[in-house]
Design a protein around this ligand. Structure first.
Ligand code: UD1
Length: 378
């Protein structure tokens, strides 16, 4: 793992900032913020806290290496567990380092358990909380992430939103307008940075190049939502639909650990036209999905990354907390009805997919806007 220090002792004009990451989708969001901080243009002495919510090399370390994220100043090593167990472990361990190091400000990203746990701890210690990717709402309180979003936003002090809907939800929930900043999306900052790096790499340097050579045209699947992969009937129905789609277009499926466990447990049959891989590193995955004819996913981030790159996306959920990807981007929310999945995929392959355009402020400069706003606010 690389080890350039992020942290520095604060001088008299600097504030101590803790940046929190815990799970895979957090890493691409903190990377551009840390990169922007390294320019030295902001009055913060930052420390990186990795809660260890994700811990496998393929779910964590490879992202630190590829996304140029420095070694964390604190690693809380909480690991997996039930929601209560995991959240409690993060809270206990994060409280200890906050008490020891007394940050002036805690920055959390996204909607995972680490986001929720660290914002509660900070707020109860009277430390300011900045939430990046605030205000998103699926309206579905059966989703653990929706609870994490609602609670984090209820207690945050500064809100950085990626799309207009985020601003509207926060205002409707009574948050003050002057604390809400519509800045665009740090994950898109990261995406553009990595696209540039990818263009400079020889194809042979990427592990997914042989798959692209084998399949000149292909689609990509990702699935990991408990509502899709923890219920045998729902998961089997989705996989039957994807098997049918794969008759017309081979599908490549990097499998999340939760999903892998359930594929084995439920004994779901996978045809040869659906190619399973291990979870992929960021560049390998980008190399794959940027040229896909179609992406089928239940990920939040991938709905946005496909919109930013103009790749057609079918979201296998009943709702999305990222409506701009549907209203302006290439995303269609299709649910999990097998017949609908097949019909929508067929339409895209017949050339009837959405064109889409890039949403406002998704221009690679969100991290700078966030740090400028915080520098004035704190
Ligand atoms: C978590 C986030 C979800 C995010 C997803 C991305 C919450 C509530 N959920 O869900 O929002 O979209 O990460 O991946 O925060 N496991 C491993 N290795 C790891 C991590 C997990 O094998 O490094 C296995 C464990 O068996 C674990 C299971 O995967 O029990 C699920 O992991 P967990 O972090 O609980 O939830 P995710 O489904 O990954």
């Amino acid at each position: 793992m690389r080890n350039p220090a992020v942290s520095a002792s604060p001088n008299a004009t600097q504030k101590k900032l803790f940046i929190v990451a815990g799970a895979r989708p957090n890493f691409m969001k903190i990377a551009p913020i840390l990169r922007e901080l390294r320019r030295g243009a902001y009055p913060f002495a930052a420390k990186l806290v990795h809660t260890g919510q994700h811990y496998d090399k393929a779910m964590s370390d490879v992202f630190f290496e590829e996304l140029e994220i420095p070694r964390p100043d604190y690693h809380l090593e909480v690991g997996s567990g039930s929601h209560a167990e995991q959240t409690a472990r993060i809270m206990t361990r994060f409280e200890a380092i906050c008490l020891r190091d007394r940050p002036d400000l805690v920055l959390v990203v996204g909607d995972v358990n680490s986001t929720l746990a660290c914002s509660i701890v900070a707020k109860k210690l009277h430390i300011g909380v900045a939430h990046v990717e605030a205000g998103l709402r699926s309206g579905d309180r059966a989703m653990p992430e929706e609870i994490n979003r609602l609670v984090t936003d209820a207690i945050s002090d500064w809100f950085f939103v990626t799309e207009q809907s985020g601003l509207e939800h926060l205002l409707a929930e009574g948050q003050p307008r002057d604390r809400i900043h519509f800045v665009g999306h740090v994950m898109i900052d990261n995406l553009f940075h990595q696209v540039e790096k990818l263009a400079a790499l020889p194809p042979a340097a990427l592990g997914t190049t042989p798959l692209k050579q084998r399949f000149p045209e292909y689609g990509v699947i990702t699935l990991h939502r408990p509502s899709n992969v923890d219920d045998p009937q729902v998961f089997s129905g989705i996989m039957a639909a994807l098997a049918e789609v794969s008759q017309g277009l081979p599908l490549i499926f990097p499998v999340h650990p939760r999903t892998r466990g359930n594929l084995d447990k439920f004994g779901i049959a996978i045809p040869d036209s659906v190619v399973l891989t291990e979870p992929l590193a960021y560049m390998d995955f980008l190399n794959l999905f940027k040229d896909a004819r179609l992406v089928l996913t239940d990920s939040g981030g991938l709905q946005e990354e496909t919109t930013a790159l103009g790749v057609p996306c079918l979201t296998l959920r009943e709702n999305t907390e990222r409506p701009v990807t549907v209203d302006e981007g290439t995303n269609t929310v299709v649910g999990v009805d097998p017949a609908r999945i097949v019909a929508e995929a067929t339409a895209i392959l017949a050339g009837r997919g959405k064109q889409g355009c890039r949403p406002q402020f998704w221009d690679g400069r969100a991290s700078g806007r966030i740090l400028e706003a915080l520098a004035v606010a704190v």
